[in-house]
Design a protein around this ligand. Structure first.
Ligand SMILES: [Mn+2]
Length: 317
């Protein structure tokens, strides 16, 4: 599939790239890298997303290539989608007549595109873009290297998650060798650039920490008025859950976030054989084995009590 995609790219002149809503470092880093690669080949490239990215992704070299707009009809020869194979993922409304290529590493990725390169063994779509760059004989500049390394470092949680494979490490190492980037600079930006507001928010949320069932369940809560600066994005709270999930003995974390009066977003994160998605399914939500979520309508006491009871039932079974 890789060589077929390379051929398709070489035969196109005007190419649009898009990724998914709530974009992350993998899809943006990969998109910028692909943009720069295609520019090297003399192509006209446009990287268009329907959703904005947040700091520190906005500091990636070449981030000025990212635009927030729709891909207009009849303007391009080819559309490449990164981790965003379906309309509910990319939210691009004008793709029906385009030849589309979907590149993704999620096993659940859509296959409705004209070409689908889905490799669930890849830790990040950045791995696949690196392979594609080799196929296209790209010069891996520092800018391209930074973005691809950031994509992989981010999706593997700094090479700590279960998707950290020989291949992921080898690819990251090859990227460093070819582009001569300094990995610590990427890590400093992605992992050591927390805004002070975020750490203050962490302090507030951690002040709500409670443990249940001999420390196997942890509970944290973000009240609506904890976020007053407007600078903290939704998904930045992911780090806070990780801190609590890292506690020895904790098997499951319930994170409740107040969205509005009587509306809460519940995030479930787990370790080992505790199924987060089973809890979410109970409340009509979705997700994976270790990360799932759903909305709860009702007051805070009911939300906390009802969800905690379902979690405790699974811990006891
Ligand atoms: Mn990814």
């Amino acid at each position: 599939m890789k060589s077929k995609i390379a051929k398709k790219i070489l035969n196109a002149n005007n190419i649009a790239i898009s990724s998914h809503i709530r974009p992350d470092a993998d899809c943006i880093g990969s998109g910028i890298a692909l943009c720069l690669m295609l520019e090297q080949l003399g192509k006209n490239v446009s990287f268009r997303n329907s959703d904005r990215a947040s700091f520190p992704i906005t500091e990636f070299p070449g981030f000025d290539r990212v635009e927030y707009k729709q891909i207009y009809p009849d303007k391009f020869d080819l559309v490449i989608l990164l981790e965003g194979g379906s309309e509910d993922r990319h939210e691009q409304k004008n793709l029906s007549k385009y030849f589309t290529i979907n590149i993704d590493h999620h096993v659940t990725s859509s296959t409705i595109s004209d070409m689908n390169w889905i490799d669930p063994e890849a830790s990040a779509v950045g791995e696949l873009i690196f392979d594609l760059g080799k196929e296209l004989n790209i010069d891996f500049t520092k800018e391209i290297g930074f973005n691809l390394y950031a994509a992989i470092a981010s999706d593997t949680g700094s090479f700590k998650y279960s998707n950290t494979s020989y291949r992921a490490l080898k690819t990251a190492s090859d990227i460093v060798k070819r582009s001569e980037i300094e990995p610590y600079l990427v890590s400093d930006l992605i992992f050591n650039s927390n805004p002070a507001e975020k750490v203050v928010l962490i302090r507030k949320i951690l002040s709500t920490l409670e443990f249940y069932h001999n420390g196997e369940m942890a509970f944290i809560f973000c009240r609506a008025d904890f976020i007053d600066s407007g600078k903290i994005d939704d998904y930045e709270t992911e780090d806070i859950i990780s801190i609590v999930r890292s506690v020895l003995g904790v098997k499951v974390v319930l994170f409740l976030k107040e969205i509005d009066d009587d509306l809460f977003r519940a995030s479930i994160r787990s370790k080992g054989d505790f199924s987060a998605s089973a809890i979410a399914a109970h409340f009509n939500g979705g997700g994976h084995g270790h990360a799932a979520g759903f909305f709860f309508t009702g007051n805070f006491e009911d939300a906390k009590k009802e969800i905690t009871n379902v979690i405790l039932d699974q811990l006891k079974s």
